[in-house]
Design a protein around this ligand. Structure first.
Ligand code: ATP
Length: 239
């Protein structure tokens, strides 16, 4: 079995006085896709925000390759190889696709040439972005914006990419294409942790699946095991 990249233990996260994540335990192994599913309001996005340093946990631990990142800044998380594709994509208005991708690389210290080479890799991975490199990113279709947000995340050269709501609002054909592209990303060495509302998509793309319910990770297992036991899904997600 591959080594553990991300290790989350008994994590608790709150917005001020309102605690949302009560106990999250989760591991992502190197070279795998892990999906996090659960009903609306279960705390999935909140957990992902804590895993990129945007929220500071009030309890528990986050470790990346054994290094404790609990309470670290978003910059530290990026430096340790975690990039976050937020819900709603959050591209920069008025900036071209190219400039959005450049901003994804702003913490890198490996020089312009390496960054330029990676931008070309992104255009090879997402040919649609190459065609639209000079277009204002926020004027593109939802699918193209999701491609741009993923490519921007990858420009940080992460070992782990967190993607919040991969398929939300996108046409099935676009989602199929994104899933195929993400298989290439994983094969090239970037592990994935994906929050996904659509259980079918999550089970299709993931090696391992975690179910979150009311702020707790309640079940997890290989995607085939979860898929083979509909009672698990109906208990927590009502499918
Ligand atoms: P969804 O799929 O609906 O986005 P989720 O599992 O991702 O669900 P979260 O978005 O993490 O869930 O929300 C969990 C809870 O945290 C909800 O009750 C939500 O209202 C609350 N919450 C989210 N963001 C904030 C915030 N900025 N301030 C206060 N409470 C928040």
């Amino acid at each position: 079995m591959s080594t553990i990249l991300l290790d989350v233990e008994a994590l608790q996260v709150a917005y001020g006085d309102i605690q949302v994540v009560w106990s999250a335990d989760l591991q992502v192994r190197e070279g795998t896709t892990t999906a996090l599913i659960g009903s609306n309001g279960a705390g999935k996005s909140t957990l992902l925000r804590a895993l990129s340093g945007l929220l500071h946990p009030i309890g528990g631990h986050i470790r990346m390759s054994g290094r404790d990142l609990t309470g670290a800044s978003p910059q530290n998380f990026v430096e340790q190889g975690i990039a976050h594709v937020p819900e709603g994509r959050r591209l920069f208005t008025g900036l071209s696709v190219h400039d959005n991708l450049m901003l994804g690389a702003y913490r890198r210290k490996d020089g312009k040439q390496a960054i330029r080479a990676d931008i070309e890799k992104m255009y090879a991975l997402f040919p649609r972005l190459a065609e639209r490199r000079n277009q204002d990113a926020t004027t593109m279709s939802g699918g193209e914006q999701q491609m741009c947000a993923i490519a921007r995340g990858l420009m940080a050269s992460p070992r782990l990419l967190l993607i919040d709501e991969l398929s939300l609002g996108l046409a099935p054909a676009v989602v199929d294409q994104l899933v195929l592209t993400l298989q290439q990303v994983r094969a090239a060495g970037t592990s994935l942790l994906v929050v996904e509302q659509d259980v079918g998509i999550a089970l299709e793309m993931a090696d391992h699946v975690y179910i979150m319910d009311q702020g707790r990770t309640v079940r997890h297992g290989p995607a085939e095991t979860i898929a083979a036991d509909p009672s698990i899904l109906s208990a927590y997600i009502g499918t």
